[in-house]
Design a protein. Structure first.
Length: 649
């Protein structure tokens, strides 16, 4: 078979270990870490699926090396803890039995210990140790590590590295980036020491090098060791790419792979984890530049999910390895699909940050486009149904199409009815927003899966009670979605008003001065897009804050874009719409005009509950999913769609 992406698919040897391709799975946190610091079964299953999906290396996330001074992830490798080594061994084995190399990330979060803890009170009570005495931005005091403590931590890195090797890990990633302890030593922003560990770059690199030497001594000369670093910190007072190059050169003698990421977790979250508002691969240039100055292989990462782009990165010599994080949450089988020339079937990551927000709030996993994430141990196989049934799905939004696809995959006869000319539901409106185009593409991808699985799609077909009676299905899945909320505000039916869901159809009508009515997620994102297009944009919101329902990771990044492009009027109640804008009542009760020749109406959605009520009880099995059940997220719609299909027996 002639491979479409030959460079991406070619093996690479680091130390004496050969990796089957150039696509490595990045560390992505632990979830069900047990109370005594072991890897739980859900985490193990999560890593295993990434290995089955074809990644060449799968990294088990941040193993704390020195819990006495750290508290980042609670996961630790310690032979004095019953089960610790056994759980690590099971995890390494679950990865390597599928042909991937099991890698373990060794980490110390230093002055940001406890960042990931969902119980922030516990975090505040931790002792925070860093290179220097200081007070964190959030007011938490940090104590400088003594040289004795540093020596202990260095030794601990070696000790844990030895245990990791014993457990069956065959690659170690030493985390020296993203603002954690080793990075804190490298960075002039955090490191103000006056001894031989501070000041000159050589001194700032000393701790990193001691750690690497300790690890090397523990694992021997041929075991691959990787150093994860930020190519540049992108914060005032931090180091730039020029220093990043010199850091790479200093650590190069001790490692087999230099992994170039970017930024600091605390300050430049949207750079370290490139958001939907940035281009894919926005950090590749860092690896490319560093690679020119070192002779060891270099890895790159950041918003990569397109095989053609990744192939170009490897083929042109910008990097030797590409790491992916979120792209492999969205589609763990991405590497297998690339290897099999089935790249069109890749389910693309939307960079919506549902994954990271869920971890921040509940320490579990969710992914908008992949309902199995975090629940792999509950079964990742779609088993055939014992009896073939006739399934009718009402509504071709993301939840409905996904439900139809899964039901057909299980062997049922599936008919999906969509009342409009195209499937996609609310996702259709995303096609006009370039930073959300992948969200629009999602429905196309699901639709292709559904058709290939044998779903019969009937467009221009509304499902009524009579229709169900005529079709007589065994199971009915109701995914009829939601409709725009249009309160009786005078002027809202005017010619200058466009419903946000229809913006993609009517965007040519939008004048240069626009006012967006409603500051929820849809209104905010449309306002940002219009601002990016060069329009003069005002945004009216009745509440005191914008997009309160946006997830905790996406929201700050969205607000940063709002600040760039939009004039915001919160605490403004829209009274009437005119040809010149929206007459509002402001916080003082005064009437003011928020100007705009075009008004984009984004006042929310409501479930199509009348349709739902009509269809309830019309088939032996009925399930309501997505917005039809409760106006919510695409994540929820897809998740409920999947399980509705799995429940039809
Ligand atoms: C859910 C999630 C958890 C993460 N946890 C870790 C971690 O434990 N250690 C780490 O070094 N990076 C972690 N990262 C960062 C990723 O390894 C990666 O650097 C980042 O997501 C950018 O890559 P991407 O754009 O391919 O997702 C995490 C990222 C995500 C999405």
């Amino acid at each position: 078979m002639e491979q479409k992406f030959p460079h991406l698919c070619s093996p690479i040897t680091l130390g004496r270990t050969t990796f089957r391709n150039r696509m490595f799975s990045a560390p992505m946190g632990g979830t069900d870490i047990t109370n005594d610091g072991c890897i739980g079964p859900k985490s193990r299953a999560f890593y295993e699926l990434r290995a089955k999906g074809g990644a060449a290396a799968v990294t088990v996330s941040e193993c704390m090396v020195h819990p006495e001074t750290d508290g980042s992830h609670a996961y630790h490798l310690d032979e004095s803890i019953l089960n610790s080594l056994a759980c690590a061994t099971y995890a390494a084995d679950a990865i390597s039995r599928h042909g991937a190399v099991a890698s373990l990330e060794l980490s110390h979060s230093g002055m940001f210990a406890g960042t990931y803890m969902t119980d922030k009170k516990k975090q505040k009570n931790l002792s925070q140790w860093g290179p220097s005495d200081t007070t964190r931005w959030d007011g938490v005091p940090v104590k400088a590590l003594t040289k004795e403590m540093m020596a202990e931590i260095v030794e601990a890195y070696g000790h844990v590295a030895g245990l990791a090797k014993r457990a069956g890990f065959e690659l170690l990633m030493i985390h020296g980036g993203h603002g954690w302890l080793i990075n804190q030593f490298l960075s002039p922003l955090f490191n103000h020491r006056t001894d031989e560990y501070g000041g000159s770059l050589e001194n700032r690199c000393r701790f990193a090098i001691e750690v690497l030497k300790s690890v090397r001594e523990a694992v021997g000369p041929y075991f691959p060791v990787e150093f994860r670093m930020s190519g540049a910190e992108f914060v005032e007072g931090g180091y730039d790419l020029e220093e990043g190059i010199r850091i790479a050169q200093m650590v190069e003698p001790y490692v087999d792979l230099i992994h170039v990421s970017a930024g600091t977790y605390q300050k430049t979250f949207g750079i370290t984890h490139p958001s939907m508002f940035t281009e894919h691969g926005r950090n590749v240039f860092l690896a490319e530049e560093i690679k020119k100055h070192v002779s060891k292989p270099v890895a790159t990462i950041g918003g990569l999910n397109d095989p053609a782009q990744m192939e170009e990165i490897i083929a042109s010599g910008k990097a030797d390895v590409v790491y992916m994080g979120r792209a492999l949450l969205a589609d763990p089988f991405l590497p297998n699909k690339v290897m099999a020339n089935q790249d069109e079937d890749i389910v693309r990551c939307l960079r919506c940050f549902t994954c990271m927000a869920e971890r921040a709030s509940t320490s579990t996993r969710r992914c908008t486009v992949n309902p199995l994430i975090g629940r792999e141990d509950e079964g990742d196989v779609v088993y055939p149904a014992p009896v073939k049934k006739k399934v009718l799905v009402a509504g071709g939004g993301p939840g409905g199409i996904y439900a139809a696809y899964i039901a057909a995959k299980r062997g049922h006869q599936v008919i999906l009815c969509e009342k409009e000319a195209q499937c996609g539901g609310i996702l259709k409106s995303e096609q006009a927003l370039p930073f959300k185009y992948e969200m629009y593409q999602l429905s196309g991808t699901y639709e292709r899966f559904a058709r290939a699985a044998g779903v019969e799609i009937r467009l221009h077909t509304e499902v009524t009670k009579e229709y169900v009676e005529k079709e007589a299905p065994d199971a009915l899945i109701i995914g009829v979605g939601s409709e725009p909320l249009l309160p009786p505000i005078p002027g809202l039916d005017g010619d200058n008003v466009i419903i946000v869901n229809n913006y993609y159809l009517e965007k040519d009508k939008v004048q240069d001065d626009v006012v967006v009515f409603g500051g929820g997620l849809a209104g905010c994102e449309c306002a940002v897009h219009l601002g990016m297009e060069g329009k003069n944009v005002h945004l009216v919101e009745m509440r005191g804050e914008l997009a309160p329902d946006a997830n905790v990771r996406h929201r700050p990044l969205l607000m940063a874009e709002i600040n760039k492009y939009v004039t915001v009027h919160t605490n403004h109640k829209g009274l009437r719409v005119t040809g010149d804008g929206i007459i509002c009542e402001d916080a003082e009760g005064k009437e003011v005009l928020v100007p705009g020749k075009t008004v984009i109406c984004a006042l929310g959605q409501r479930s199509r509950s009348k349709m739902v009520d009509e269809l309830l009880g019309t088939a032996p099995f009925v399930r309501v999913i997505g917005d039809a059940q409760r106006v919510s997220t695409i994540t929820n719609a897809v998740y409920l769609g999947y399980h509705a299909a799995m429940d039809i027996e």
